[in-house]
Ligand binder design. Structure first.
Ligand SMILES: O=C[C@H](O)COP(=O)(O)O
Length: 251
């Protein structure tokens, strides 16, 4: 089944509003490639300006997190209601940095995935193993537990719409990317996990990205793999020319 490739830039905690808008103006046009979905996941403060700038373009805007409640006494948090109201389309959920630094468990991640769907946002659900887990031969098991945990309670239709990002933690921001073959092996396995939770049609529909030191020079290698449907990119998504090259490389 043909799945539309999806490149998502995760800016993490980078860029002021003026930097974000000037980036957007530089990538507009270039990062709009037929047959490739292009998503920029920016800090909350940039979202209103980016949603406005993205009107009439093929670039979607995403957030990097959301709270699972719609509203309440949660100082400093942002909910799915608020993101949907802005016109945000995607939201990254369960990034390894959120799991490591902000204590997000599979249960919390699952609540966030459910909240995203409740408000019409598409979650980009991140899974991936730590270096010690890889060395202990636990990679697939970790990904299975995180995938099952993240998708818990979703309908097959919701699961099919979820974007899963496989990001081995040891490859994030380190320049040490997984080989395309290793990434393909784990991603094919994650697809099998989805098939066993739902059915083959759902597994064939779900898009699974690779993330971890993806750059213009290696994106095509990943995209050449049968099960890899795109990339979640940190560092290399911050420069306009590099972001355009990533989207072009996903054709
Ligand atoms: O969300 C993106 C990943 O954490 C990858 O980051 P990176 O491309 O800087 O390695």
């Amino acid at each position: 089944m043909a799945r539309t490739p999806i490149i998502a830039g995760n800016w993490k905690m980078f860029k002021t509003v003026s930097e974000a808008v000037s980036f957007f103006n530089e990538v507009k046009g270039g990062a709009e490639v037929d047959g490739v979905e292009s998503v920029i996941c920016a800090p909350f403060t940039n979202l209103p300006a980016l949603v406005e700038a993205a009107k009439g373009t093929k670039i979607a805007i995403g957030a990097q997190n959301l709270h699972f409640e719609d509203n309440g006494a949660y100082t400093g948090e942002i909910s799915g209601v608020m993101l949907a109201d802005l016109g945000v389309k995607y939201v990254i959920v369960g990034h390894s940095e959120r799991r490591a630094y902000f204590g997000e468990t599979d249960e919390i991640v699952n609540k966030k995935v459910v909240a995203a769907f409740k408000h019409g946002l598409t979650p980009i659900l991140c899974v991936g193993e730590k270096l010690e887990e890889r060395e202990a031969g636990e990679t697939k098991n970790v990904c299975k537990v995180q995938t099952e945990g993240g998708l818990k309670g979703l309908s097959a239709e919701q699961a099919a719409k979820t974007v899963i990002a496989y990001e081995p933690i040891w490859a994030i921001g380190t320049g040490k990317s997984s080989t395309a073959g290793d990434a393909e092996d784990v991603i094919a396995y994650i697809r099998e996990v989805v098939a066993s939770l739902y059915d083959q049609a759902t597994a064939d529909a779900v898009r699974i990205q690779y993330g971890g030191s993806v750059k213009p020079a290696n994106v095509q290698e990943y995209m050449g793999q049968a099960n890899i449907d795109g990339a979640l990119v940190g560092g290399a998504s911050l420069e306009p020319a590099s972001y355009i090259a990533l989207v072009e490389g996903a054709k």
